[in-house]
Design a protein around this ligand. Structure first.
Ligand code: F0G
Length: 473
């Protein structure tokens, strides 16, 4: 049995707690749970901060850099352990996640409409498995090991599965069982899961189907579930915000812009800033913009059109139920080139609207044309990202145009996944082959590639090659 998180005064300093204030049921961190046993709502990890050692200033964390020879100081997740202390640091699993970069991008800033020096890109694609998921996986995996799990499962649009598969193969602590929608996952991600040796179950359905099934299967077989319904996952994802603050010398930006799929990130970001503010470690909250793909815009419709609000823990559940029933009746399925966020039933919906309340948030949706154009701009100006990540950038541009985001406000767009995750989408955008363009992008309503960088075809002849280079460079 794991050593429990008992502290000085007796009792648990850390627990799992139902997010519904009316319920507020608590559970020990020794349990693996993805919902409240009493009311079925999501769970938070709850800390009794008065009984834990919390630094008095965020500058405290700078000292960890001087000790980066120690794995838990090197990790971009665990060097903030004091802000997610659900198990002792010595027991935390790390594969070196979170060595990511905040980059001020002039090119993307111009595209978005921000003033010089105001637009930042947070490159989470630099994580070991190439997406932000490793932040959360190190935390969920830590908890899985803590309670003695031997198998871990997830449903995925690709990145969660790649991350889980990587943690399993690197640490050898668990066997990965992953559920993916058949044909619904980008090749880079599928190749990772296969290469890392995960048991890969391809379901004839989409992510929403896979999510339903993995919940049933993991409950039935007692397999540890690492999807973002797992509250420990989101603790790890809080650290993306800590690293942004660190890169900004602990100054709070004006906006965090993030693509929304299952809404784990947005939920985690809200909790991160809420806790920092409550602990007196920051003096104000940034605002949050969650960007859906147009073909998967449940959050947008509920929040912006139906006026769904967290409402201090009393959201209008009937509105959500009616919305879901209508989707069922119409047989509506999510559809977007940004396969990572091709999700119509986000599992963290309620936590996300809570984050939107805390961070005075807005929600927008962008179409696949806007996503692919923004993606090309990110690629041209830096290290690139996958389509879902570019939704955030396209959304930032929209919000600047609307005047919701000021041109001189400091904006951080989270680039959630690496460019190489989905080479098919990228190559199709830049191709000269109309058939390929139509098949991959035209079919999704993308009609032009305004920022394409086309390959130049030349005969295998030195003079012709030199002529082409002189002409085009
Ligand atoms: N961006 C990328 C690259 C993703 O892989 C995901 C989610 C998101 C954004 C959306 O994040 O769920 O926190 O709102 N991918 C999940 C997966 C669903 O299975 O890999 P969210």
């Amino acid at each position: 049995m794991p050593t429990s998180n008992k502290t000085k005064g007796g009792g648990d300093a850390v627990s799992q707690q139902c997010i519904s204030p009316a319920c507020g049921a608590t559970y020990s961190v020794d349990e693996a749970r993805v919902s409240c046993g009493r009311c079925g709502n999501l769970l938070d990890i709850q800390y009794d901060w008065d009984r834990l050692s919390v630094p008095s200033s965020l500058k405290y964390f700078e000292e960890k850099w001087t000790r980066r020879g120690e794995p838990h100081c090197f990790s971009g997740v665990w060097r903030f352990h004091e802000l997610l202390p659900f198990v002792p640091v010595q027991q935390c699993v790390t594969v070196g996640e979170g060595q990511t970069l905040l980059h001020a991008s002039e090119g993307v800033g111009r595209y978005v409409g921000s003033k010089s020096g105001k637009l930042f890109l947070q490159y989470e694609g630099m994580n070991p498995s190439g997406s932000f998921k490793d932040n959360g996986m190190s935390a969920a995996f830590t908890h899985a090991r803590f309670i003695g799990a031997k198998r871990a499962a997830c449903a995925s649009t690709g990145n969660t599965s790649a991350s889980l598969a990587l943690y399993c193969s690197v640490t050898n602590l668990m066997k990965a069982v992953i559920f993916v929608g058949s044909g619904k996952i980008a090749f880079g991600k599928l190749s990772q899961a296969l290469d890392f040796g995960a048991l890969t179950v391809q379901i004839a359905g989409d992510f929403d189907d896979a999510m339903d099934r993995v919940r049933e299967v993991s409950a039935e077989l007692g397999i540890y579930l690492v999807n973002s319904v797992n509250p420990f996952r989101l603790e790890g994802q809080k650290t993306i915000m800590f690293r942004i603050l660190e890169a900004l010398r602990w100054e709070v930006p004006d906006w965090i812009v993030v693509p929304g799929g299952n809404l784990g990130n947005s939920s985690a970001f809200g909790k991160a800033f809420y806790e920092l503010k409550m602990l007196g470690l920051i003096d104000r909250m940034p605002r949050l913009a969650v960007i859906n793909a147009g073909g998967a815009r449940t959050l947008f419709e509920l929040y912006e059109e139906h006026g769904l609000r967290w409402n201090d823990g009393k959201p209008d559940v009937a509105t959500v139920d009616a919305f879901n029933e209508e989707m069922d009746r119409e047989g509506r399925r999510a559809s977007t080139i940004a396969s990572a966020i091709e999700i119509n039933r986000p599992v963290n919906l309620y936590k996300c609207i809570r984050a939107l309340e805390w961070m005075d948030g807005v929600v927008r949706h962008v179409d696949d044309q806007q996503i692919m154009d923004a993606k090309a701009q990110v690629g041209a100006g830096g290290m690139g990202c996958e389509p879902a990540s570019a939704a955030g950038v396209a959304g930032a541009k929209m919000l600047v145009e609307e005047g919701v985001i000021g041109k001189d406000e400091r904006v951080v767009c989270i680039l959630t996944g690496h460019q190489l995750k989905d080479p098919k989408a990228t190559v199709a955008y830049h191709t000269t082959d109309q058939e390929q363009f139509n098949e991959v992008l035209g079919s999704r309503g993308v009609s032009r590639a305004a920022f394409a960088n086309r390959a130049v075809a030349v005969p295998n002849n030195l003079d012709e090659i030199i002529k082409a280079i002189q002409l085009y460079s």
